[in-house]
Design a protein around this ligand. Structure first.
Ligand code: DGL
Length: 261
């Protein structure tokens, strides 16, 4: 691929910025396009048809804007739509996968928790992942109610967030979990609050950097140099709000535009 061609990313909201941040200084000068589908979020509580339809529209839009590859920076959309997108579009489509394999290898207690949306946890793709990499260990699932909404609201360390995290993680900790898979791209933004609840001994697995490595391999990007990519943000929600969040979450100062659908 020509390194100046654009790369698209999308998520239901700001979660995928936790993946995009690894790409900004890693892909040469390739422009990065990011779609936050905030008006149609959260994906994790919606049915498959909704997530599939939005994923198709957004992927087509990103390709029309010049994307030569698309990163589905959302575990839920990957679980539901990645195969359909690969069949329908001609560009490389990179998906997310909860990092169960490294977590299973790392765990001493033999009990691992996957923190993800209900949509991801009930998917066939997730069931395959557990049967491929979770046979030798106990895998506990946690749908982490209201965590995505908290991140979308910019609430990362309020007492309410600590309560939400406590409610989900204390029982897992009591069940002997020592390794936690961050299986939703919103959750890396809660790591300080998760650490506050679990302490430093717990291992947290975020696949964001590995996904960008995979993107680079697919595109043949070997020596990206020191350049930073320009980023354009799009949203089906409020552009000014996305701009503020992108600044607060990953220090991005760039404009955000309205999605035309
Ligand atoms: N960030 C998304 C994920 O990785 C989904 C959040 C949502 O919209 O429910 O699954």
């Amino acid at each position: 691929m020509n390194h100046a061609a654009a790369i698209g990313f999308f998520d239901s909201g700001v979660g995928g910025l936790s993946v995009l941040r690894h790409a900004v200084a890693e892909v040469g000068r390739a422009p990065l396009l990011y779609v936050a589908d905030s008006a149609y979020a959260p994906y994790g509580d919606r049915d498959r048809a909704h997530v599939l339809a939005r994923s198709r529209l957004i992927t087509r839009f990103l390709i029309e804007q010049g994307a030569a590859a698309v990163v589905v920076a959302c575990n839920t959309a990957t679980a539901v739509a990645v195969e359909a997108l690969r069949a329908e579009f001609d560009v490389p489509i990179i998906g997310m996968e909860p990092a169960l394999k490294p977590a299973a290898r790392h765990s001493r207690s033999g009990t691992v928790a996957v923190l993800a949306t209900a949509g991801t946890l009930r998917s066939e793709r997730y069931a395959r992942l557990v049967s491929d990499h979770g046979r030798q260990i106990d895998v506990l699932q946690c749908p982490c109610r209201h965590w995505v909404e908290a991140v979308e609201a910019g609430e990362l360390d309020s007492p309410r967030v600590y309560d939400l995290i406590n409610a989900e993680l204390r029982p897992l900790q009591a069940a002997g979990v020592d390794s936690y898979v961050l299986g939703c791209t919103h959750f890396p933004f809660l790591v300080p609050a998760i650490r506050h609840v679990l302490g430093d001994a717990a291992a947290l697995f975020d696949p964001g950097a590995a996904v960008v490595d995979q993107l680079k391999r697919r595109l043949g990007i070997v020596n990206p140099g020191a350049a930073h990519s320009p980023v354009t943000l799009y949203t089906s929600g409020d552009p000014a709000r996305l701009q503020r969040h992108a600044h607060a979450l990953i220090g991005l100062d760039t404009r955000a535009l309205s999605l035309p659908f």
